[in-house]
Design a protein around this ligand. Sequence first.
Ligand code: NAD
Length: 360
Amino acid sequence: MTHNVLVLAGDGIGPEIVAEAQKVLHAVDVKFGLDLKITNALVGGSAIDATGGPLPEATLNAAKACDAILLGAVGGPKWDGLDMAIRPEKGLLGLRSNLKLFGNLRPAILYPQLADASSLKPEVVSGLDILIVRELTGGIYFGQPRGVRVLENGERQGYNTYVYAESEIRRIGKVAFEAARARGGRLCSVDKANVLEVTVLWREIMDEMSADYPDVTLSHMYVDNAAMQLVRAPKQFDVMVTGNMFGDILSDAAAMLTGSIGMLPSASLDEAGKGMYEPCHGSAPDIAGQGKANPLATILSAAMMLRYTLNEGAAADAIEKAVSVVLDQGLRTPDICAAGNQEVDTKTMGDAVVSALLNG
Ligand code: NAD
């Protein structure tokens, strides 16, 4: 079966890191006979330059028609002065909302070879492997009504609404329970059920759903404690599931446990499991065009795409193993380079992963 993959390189370091991920995809295609059909399209600032808008209709149509999307990053100072409505980031938000990508998977994996890159002690984080499942299209970031109003006494008041419908909780719960089932079998649901009614309902529904997943052990944790536990003893977690705002904050904290943003992939999934895969970092304009960008987050995003949307788990495993082999060899882009390592550029890192893959 042909897998149709749309690649959106975007801006800044986007084209450099995506080129390396495409090389790796080509190598697994050859090795595993995957029949990948890759097409490219514009998004973000490069799309603004070419067409006047960050999400051209041709790109949106291609995104709807393909099986999975691999994205680099968008944005940069060149477009910072533009009106909010046509900024590069609107291209991403447009893709997420048009494709209904409600399920955000953010793994925080610390390769033992990089334990020194973390701000925490190596023994606390070495071998860390957490998956945070964040609801991406609901909760307080989207709830209505919202705004800033003037009260009778003339004072201004800002207000937002924290809402989750039962169906929204169930669909993100399903993503999380199934991810836990495919990993270590432990799911921690994070809420603030001691204060917020919306998360009392969240907790009730997670409890109800757990009856359908007897092989997954469900626990609950208040978000303030979860933040503390993430930096105290992060290896206690396997999969965490939470709403949009709590997930936004906790996933960034978890990302920093691993020390380098250049290593972290992510996925955003719809109800059928179709997804957009991208590194957690941005377009890094400060290092664009210099061969300094770490392509591993994008390469690992391609591995997630193979695992979660294209059901090619063996190919995904092979990519992740190849990344580990390259780290064992001591090769490092500047962002993760320490004494005793060999510093390499973006392209050399991509070539090394391809070579480890083909020889593995
Ligand atoms: P950034 O993630 O682009 O960069 C932060 C720092 O991390 C920089 O010092 C950068 O050099 C470094 N860095 C990032 N990725 C790296 C990599 N792969 N290898 C080595 N170093 C890396 O965040 P920023 O500077 O706040 O934003 C820059 C632009 O990216 C802005 O226009 C912003 O809007 C955009 N952005 C896009 C996305 C996205 O496309 N999903 C996400 C965040 C920011």
